[in-house]
Design a protein around this ligand. Structure first.
Ligand code: COA
Length: 177
């Protein structure tokens, strides 16, 4: 039984398991979707990705979740809260990777916004980040649409990435104004 973690107007976010390898391969075998990753992934590497995600669920209670169309159950992509190391500190990142056919519908923004609320309201996180490649404009736009602001540029995963972030205190402050 797959655990539903979040539902939004159009989407369901569910825990990932090895039954999703075939769906995930649609993203991981697509060179265009993987432009900002070191390479595409094969079935074995995709299975290892699922293992890593399940280990995040166990250790942190969160990880990437499978995103489906709420009405049809169609697989659209993955989005969730992922632990990352930034300059020696552990931070929680909202990550999103969608199948190319699902781009341009606002699904990534809708899922990422729901993850932001989950992080602040269910996990009490003080701050959430996103770490887009400096050239990944669609990813940067998602971070900006969910209210993140660029903090700095760092070198991570062998490339330049922006640290986008939003803090809970900034949201609380906005609510008081
Ligand atoms: C990053 C990624 C998820 C962004 O996908 P996306 O489709 O551009 O983002 P969204 O789902 O939020 O859709 C936003 C677009 O849909 C449009 N849109 C259409 N219908 C919409 C609706 N009903 N509601 C909201 N937006 C809608 C928006 O105008 C926007 O288009 P624009 O960027 O041309 O202005 C996608 O490019 C991807 O999966 N890339 C590969 C993996 C990757 O690089 N991930 C990031 C790693 S850091």
């Amino acid at each position: 039984m797959r655990k539903i973690v979040i539902t939004t107007e159009r989407l369901t976010l569910k825990e990932m398991n090895h039954d999703h390898v075939r769906d995930l391969l649609e993203i991981f075998s697509d060179p265009e979707a993987m432009t900002y990753y070191p390479s595409t992934k094969n079935i074995q590497e995709t299975s290892e990705w699922v293992d890593w995600t399940i280990s995040n669920y166990k250790k942190y209670g969160v990880g990437l979740w499978i995103v489906e169309d709420k009405k049809s159950g169609e697989f659209l992509g993955q989005c969730g809260i992922v632990p990352q190391e930034v300059e020696g500190s552990l931070v929680m990142e909202i990550g999103y990777l969608f199948a190319r056919r699902a781009w341009g519908h606002g699904y990534a923004t809708e899922a990422a916004l729901a993850c932001k609320h989950f992080g602040f309201e269910q996990m009490n996180l003080p701050k959430i980040v996103s770490l887009p490649d400096v050239k990944n404009i669609p990813s940067i736009k998602v971070a900006e649409r969910i209210g993140m602001k660029v903090e700095k540029k760092i070198h991570k995963w062998g490339k330049d990435v922006f640290v986008y972030s939003v803090s809970r205190s900034s949201l609380e402050k906005n609510q008081c104004e």
